[in-house]
Design a protein around this ligand. Structure first.
Ligand code: FAD
Length: 481
């Protein structure tokens, strides 16, 4: 009879497409069992959230890189589509696996699937285990003194500061004992994750290098460079002043603990380090909210907004998505999204405010658009941030704080470098008018080759009028509550 420890362990990769600091993989290696690395493409109907088109591109390349890393160690990544429970059951049956391990996820539907699988496998005497690692602290554990979830960021951050330090990251295994007989794998190309006609992701590959090695290189570059001055510079979209790590975190090509650890003891201004850590903790806070308020992606956190009179004008929404609003900073952001599958954080706030407050379009429309177009689309950060901007969220910006897109542009992109890059038809416009081309004298426009309404749109709404309309709609909601 075969020794039980010769029966394989399945490592179920999900949003942890890395070998570094991977607790499930580490446990599998420690078990001494031969390893099968598995990625399951679950049906969207399983409620794990639809995969956006931009993130599908990123997933394709990230899986390819993970497979290469595993192949370099003598194994392969097995790809299978289907209901996770059925896939695992079949694989256990066909390989004789006696152990299944994975790292936890926190999307409500995914958690429900995992719990069912955990119970069912344990009932069948399969050693099924889940691990942390996607977050720095488990959302079920970091609670107020009264045992309640935090609803406000600042006390959450303080709790974080006084909690035990996050775990030290585990190094990637230098060798892995893989199962001699690897199950059949589907071909990644058959999943059709890449766009074909048209290939709108052409420029993505110039900006984003997939894989965990690239993630580590990005982190190192940031720590050696832009981390110094992060606090002051991070709001300026034309500067390379932030880490650009969110796409890597979104699919787990790097762990937050690895990033946290790298910022420990750096010989830099504590202000910059703390500020950067605080941003990482915004990600944690978003997951904390999603965990404790599973309806976060589709229900107003503050139900006073349930009666809000959204206008939801389809034509206006389309102009916003295309970057044709007539407000340069908004258009630059929306076009960066098309071209790079990414947008700078400050500009995300500006375009979101414009959609929700100037156009009175429901934040869920914007959340959905971002989900489809961001390679870093994240169920927690996206929903929490949209609700934050809309004013409907936990610890949200008050609704009456309405960004003026012209002043925001002038403050954070003073010479218009960001606008010039993404709105090339304005590239030659004098800096004085780069954020307000509609106020430029005809001679200035002519010199820059701008014909308003032809080469670049007139503003689709007047901001001052739109602002009044937003405040009226908000006051009506308040009065009705
Ligand atoms: P850095 O400034 O280098 O920050 C380091 C890390 O901290 C980021 O990688 C990210 O993981 C985290 N972080 C930073 N800011 C935030 C924030 N405001 N909220 C939560 N985490 C943060 N982030 C996503 O990862 N996915 C999303 O889908 C997403 N949608 C957003 C939608 C809106 C409307 C807004 C306003 C923000 C959204 N964000 C989202 C947050 C933020 O814009 C991005 O995380 C950030 O721009 C990523 O760039 P970076 O890695 O260079 O950030």
């Amino acid at each position: 009879m075969a020794d039980d420890t010769e029966k394989p362990v399945i490592v179920w990769f999900r949003k942890d497409l890395r070998l570094d600091d991977n607790h499930a993989l580490n446990a599998a290696c420690q078990s001494g069992r031969p390893v099968i690395g598995l990625y399951i493409r679950e049906p969207e109907t399983a409620g794990t959230g639809p995969l956006g088109a931009a993130q599908a591109w990123w997933l394709h390349h990230s899986l390819e890189r993970l497979d290469s890393s595993i192949t370099a160690l003598g194994g392969r990544l097995v790809l299978t589509s289907g209901n996770a429970f059925e896939v695992l059951s079949n694989l256990i049956e066909s390989t004789g696996a006696r152990m299944v391990v994975w790292n936890r996820r926190y999307e409500p539907a995914g958690m429900a699937i995992d719990l069912r699988i955990l119970r069912e496998l344990q009932r069948r005497q399969v050693d099924a285990r889940d691990f942390g690692g996607q977050l720095l602290h488990e959302p079920s554990k970091l609670l107020t003194k009264a045992g309640q979830p935090y609803r406000v960021y600042t006390p959450f951050w303080r709790a974080f500061e006084s909690a035990p330090e996050p775990h030290r990251p585990l190094d990637a295994p230098s060798s892995i004992k893989f199962a001699a007989h690897q199950p059949r794998s589907e071909h990644l190309s058959s999943w059709k994750l890449l766009p074909v006609k048209p290939d709108w992701a052409g420029e993505f590959a110039e900006v984003w290098e997939p894989g965990e090695e690239a993630a580590r290189a990005k982190l190192d570059d940031f720590l050696d460079g832009a981390m110094q001055g992060y606090k002051e510079q991070r709001d300026f979209p034309a500067k390379q002043a932030t880490s650009m790590l969110s796409p890597y975190l979104a699919l787990g090509l790097i762990s937050p603990a690895r990033i946290w650890e790298a910022t420990r003891g750096l010989p830099l201004s504590p202000d910059d380090i703390i500020h950067f850590r605080k941003e990482l903790v915004w990600r944690e806070f978003s997951y904390h909210l999603l965990y404790h308020f599973p309806k976060l992606p589709y229900c107003n956190w503050n139900d006073r907004f349930d009666g809000f009179s959204w206008q939801n004008d389809a034509k206006q929404f389309r102009l916003w998505t295309r970057g044709q609003t007539g407000y340069p900073i908004v258009d630059a952001g929306m076009r960066q999204l098309w071209r790079h599958g990414f947008m700078h954080n400050r500009v995300r706030m500006i375009v979101a405010s414009f959609l929700v407050k100037d156009l009175l379009i429901d934040w869920r429309r914007g959340e959905g658009w971002f989900r489809d177009t961001l390679i870093d689309a994240d169920p927690a950060s996206n929903a929490a941030s949209w609700q934050w901007v809309a004013g409907s969220g936990a610890d949200a910006a008050p609704f009456f704080r309405i960004f003026n897109p012209v002043l925001q542009g002038e403050k954070f992109d003073p010479d218009g470098a960001y606008v010039r890059e993404f709105v090339p038809e304005l590239a030659k416009l004098e800096s004085k008018y780069i954020h307000r081309p509609f106020e430029a004298p005809a001679s200035v426009l002519e010199k820059a080759g701008v014909r308003l309404g032809e080469t670049y749109p007139e503003p689709m709404v007047d901001h001052a009028t739109a602002r009044d309309g937003a405040l009226k709609a908000y006051n009506a909601t308040k009065a009705a509550a």
